[in-house]
Structures are given as structure tokens and as C-alpha cells.
Design a protein around this ligand. Structure first.
Ligand SMILES: [Zn+2]
Length: 494
């Protein structure tokens, strides 16, 4: 073993090309949909919105090692990535790696559910090529979002793979630290990470904020702390990625003991499988959710419009919830964010206080419902709305683009010109809306809103209305994924 390297500093390479691909969304993800940070921009401004990479950099510098930035490219979840976009960004990252050789370890915080034209598993393709560049001796650490497609192929390629544990994802920095710790021990010859995977034969949406999910995640962390395993990762899976690897899977990493890794993956996987009915989120229909919210005596009730969450690839311009609120004559309500650049520009040109006629939302496809032709008062405009997505390590600031608040009937609607989900109340307070004075707030998000809204909400209601990512698993028109899984099969291990 040639460690530590003689005559030069330890060199740690890190970079990412990532997005989450909803294969049912007809809009392709193009090169221009990626926010790309290249070396010059990184040197001027640092990372953007990636606490995992930031943590790896911090720990590298803390040891007096050299941090080598590759490339950071991220796109808001949408449809299948064009071949030109994926291959272009992939090749750019590989070129950076070649330029920087020799390196002693490679970190790739990826998403794990990226699908491109002609490539069902972009991460496997990417890491295969990274392995070809660095050779078999340089450790590669990969981290994934828990909404990923774990595969046996990735276990062959990476030295260590970890996934986020928390949903909402508040642990990006912690997982970056886990990866750094395991890879740096491996490179020093202190451990031999050995990985095994178990298919839990289920799929669903599993927030970790309520029991029994909370307890399950805490139990995984406790097992790691006791040293029973080096790492445990539960991939929840991404049900709107219709690829053969889709599904919920348990990964265990041990120190050089394959039998123990296989045993741990199976035991923890079956333990999770036994919870399948309890952990499955059962959202209310649109009408039932709004009835329940409006019957509450105290506000603000927060209703999650899960079906139009841009964070899962939905367009973010569906009008079903707003139309239902207007039909009911609801007052003291707020809704955000509807993605509609035309209306943001129209409101900005008209100015605060103007009354305008808008054709709002419903423009990106059949799942968005009809555009609403309504009168609106412009209450606020903001050329650069930002929101905090709280992490365990502190705030993470996420830009939302230019935005306008429109008062339509009794509803304050935040419209933005950048597709994105709601992570916190900043989306409303940053637009002049007093969230505590509202009886009802509708947010386009599946679960990431939870952390910042839970402290102020009188109640939280998950709504599975119509939309591109309607959250009932058996409604998803999956064809290529293996459906010998709960909830299609009641007891798939029988
Ligand atoms: Zn996720």
C-alpha cells in the first residue's frame, strides 16, 4: 500500500452531476436546466446548495490535505435527461479528473435516480468511467439521496456507498462526513468496507418525522454507534423512476466481513419490510384534505399538495388546489409556489397595487389542470426570493427566482419564475404574507416543507390530489419496474 503518498500532499477529488428523473414527465431535462458550477466560479464563490460537498471539503482541509474541486451540476427534478446534457456534463467531470491526476480518493455526492436517454442508471455509468480513470486502487465514495435506485452494479464500483437517512433531507452534511470518515479510514488501511444489499420488496413515501419511521432511523444510527456495522442505509427508492432497479433497499457496510454484511442487510431489510403497512403514507383526497383543513378551529393548517411537488419532477403549475379554494370562497388562505414566469413578468410590469387579469398556471401539461383566468391584485413583487431549507448543521439558502404575490379572491398566491418546491415559510414571509394570520396554507411539496412548518402549523395534512406525482403507488403507471412488491403484492416474501 502506497499510503501516505511520498513527496506530495494527499489529494481529495470531489464533484457531482445530479438530478432526480421522473420518467413520466414529458419535459426533458436539458443542459440549460442544470445549474453548473465550474472551477473558476467555484474559486470565486464556493459551492452552491451542497452541504455534503462542503463538509467533505471542510474535513479535507482540517487534515491539511488538498481539496480538488471537479464540477458541480444540479438540475431541478424533471423528465429524462437528454443524452447531450448527461454525456456533456459527465465528460466534463471526467476531464477535470484526468487533469487533476494523481488523486488519492474520489467523492461523488450524487442523487442516485438520474435517467438519461439510452441510460437507465446514470450513476452506474458515471462511476464506471470514474473507476476507469483512477484505476482499482483509488477509493471512490458515493453518496445518494434516499430517493435513489440502489443496484448491485454500484456495489461493485464504489468502495463505500451511503444514502441520506432523513426525510426531509436534513442530514446532507452528516452523510458527507460519514463518507469521508469511511473512505479516509479505508485509504489508510484501517478498515476494509464490505457492502451487501437487500431488496425490501416494497416502495412508498416514508417521511422520517413520524413513528414508526423515526424509531427505525434512530435504531439504524444506534447500531452504527455501537459498532455492529460501519454503515446502514435505507434507500426508500423513487417510485416515479420507471427503471428495473426501482425499489426500497437496505444496504449494510461492514469491516471486511461479507457474511456479516449480508446478514445485516437482510435483517434490517426484513425488519423494515415488517413495518410496510404502518410506514406507508396514506394521503387524503383534495376535497377531504380541504374539508378537514377548513374545519379546524385554529390556524394555520398546512396542507401539502404532494401531487404537484416540483421536487419530485412535477411541473409546479397545477391549479387544482387553487381552483378548489376559490370555488369554496375560502378566505385567509395562502398558496405557493405556482411556477409561471409569464405571470411574474406581468405582475412586475403592472406594479404593486395594480389589478390585473391573469391566465395563471395549467400551462405545462395535462396533469397541471386548466389555466385559471382570474382577476388578481398585485400585493408584492420580489426580484430575488430566497428560502431557507433548514439542515441539522444550519440554514441552506435556496433561490426561488423572481416572484409575485397575487391576491385572488381570498387567497394570497405566490407565483415564481423558477420551478421549485416550498421548503419553509420564507416563501410567504419573503413576499409580504403573514403566515401566522392565515387559517390555511397550501404548499407544493411532499415532505421537505415539514421541518420549517411543523413549529408554526396548528396541523399538517398530506393531500394526494390530482397531479403529475399523485402519491398513491398503485396509481403510478409503472411498466419496467419489478412490481413483485408491496403494495401491489400483500406479502411478497411469502
Ligand atoms: Zn429525496
Amino acid at each position: 500500500m502506497n499510503w501516505p503518498p511520498r513527496g506530495r500532499n494527499v489529494r481529495v477529488f470531489a464533484g457531482t452531476v445530479s438530478t432526480e428523473t421522473n420518467t413520466f414527465v414529458p419535459l426533458p431535462t436539458r443542459l440549460e436546466d442544470f445549474t453548473v458550477v465550474r472551477l473558476a466560479e467555484y474559486e470565486a464563490t464556493g459551492f452552491q446548495e451542497e452541504p455534503g460537498l462542503e463538509e467533505i471539503r471542510r474535513l479535507t482541509l482540517e487534515r491539511g490535505w488538498e481539496f480538488v474541486f471537479g464540477l458541480q451540476a444540479f438540475a431541478q427534478p424533471s423528465g429524462v435527461v437528454t443524452r447531450a446534457a448527461y454525456e456533456g456534463l459527465r465528460d466534463e467531470l471526467l476531464e477535470r479528473l484526468r487533469e487533476e491526476l494523481p488523486v488519492d480518493m474520489v467523492f461523488l455526492p450524487l442523487h442516485g435516480a438520474m435517467v438519461a436517454e439510452g441510460c437507465d442508471n446514470c450513476e452506474v455509468d458515471l462511476v464506471t468511467r470514474v473507476r476507469e480513470v483512477v484505476g482499482p486502487a483509488v477509493p471512490i465514495g458515493v453518496s445518494f439521496d434516499l430517493h435513489c435506485h440502489f443496484s448491485d452494479a454500484m456495489l461493485e464500483l464504489a468502495d463505500v456507498l451511503v444514502a441520506y437517512k432523513e426525510y426531509p433531507h436534513t442530514d446532507l452534511a452528516e452523510r458527507g462526513a460519514d463518507l469521508f470518515r469511511l473512505i479516509s479510514k479505508a485509504v489508510a488501511g484501517e478498515v476494509t468496507p464490505t457492502m451487501a444489499l437487500f431488496d425490501c420488496r416494497m416502495i412508498g413515501i416514508y417521511p422520517t418525522t413520524t413513528q414508526p419511521m423515526r424509531g427505525f432511523v434512530d435504531a439504524m444510527t444506534a447500531a452504527e454507534a455501537r459498532g455492529e456495522v460501519l454503515s446502514l442505509s435505507l434507500a426508500h427508492g423513487f417510485p416515479w423512476g420507471d427503471v428495473p432497479d426501482m425499489g426500497c433497499k437496505m444496504l449494510a457496510v461492514t469491516d471486511g466481513d461479507m457474511a456479516a454484511a449480508e446478514r445485516a442487510a437482510r435483517e434490517w431489510g426484513l425488519r423494515f419490510h415488517a413495518l410496510r403497512r404502518e410506514v406507508t403514507l396514506d394521503p387524503l383526497t383534495l376535497d377531504a384534505a380541504l374539508d378537514k383543513a377548513l374545519a379546524a378551529h385554529q390556524g394555520p393548517v398546512v396542507v401539502a399538495d404532494q401531487a404537484d411537488n416540483p421536487g419530485g419532477g412535477a411541473p409546479g403549475d397545477s391549479t387544482y388546489a387553487l381552483a378548489a379554494l376559490l370555488e369554496r370562497g375560502t378566505t385567509d388562505a395562502a398558496l405557493g409556489m405556482i411556477y409561471d414566469p409569464e405571470v411574474v413578468a406581468q405582475a412586475g410590469a403592472a406594479g404593486v397595487g395594480a389589478r390585473i387579469r391573469v391566465r395563471l398556471g395549467g400551462k405545462l401539461g395535462a396533469t397541471s389542470g386548466p389555466a385559471l383566468e382570474v382577476d388578481a391584485e398585485v400585493r408584492n413583487v420580489n426580484p430575488g426570493l430566497v428560502q431557507n431549507w433548514p439542515q441539522e448543521t444550519g440554514p441552506m439558502w435556496v433561490p426561488c427566482g423572481a416572484a409575485a404575490t397575487l391576491r385572488i379572491g381570498g387567497v394570497d398566491v405566490v407565483v415564481s419564475d423558477r420551478r421549485g418546491q416550498v421548503f419553509g415559510p420564507d416563501v410567504f414571509t419573503g413576499m409580504g404574507i403573514d403566515v401566522l394570520a392565515k387559517r390555511l396554507i397550501v404548499v407544493k411539496s411532499t415532505q421537505h416543507f415539514y421541518g420549517a412548518f411543523a413549529p408554526i402549523a396548528s396541523e399538517i395534512i398530506y393531500m394526494g390530489g390530482p397531479g403529475a406525482i399523485a402519491p398513491r403507488m398503485t396509481d403510478i403507471p409503472l411498466e419496467r419496474a419489478d412490481l413483485h412488491k408491496y403494495p401491489w403484492v400483500e406479502d411478497p416474501f411469502a
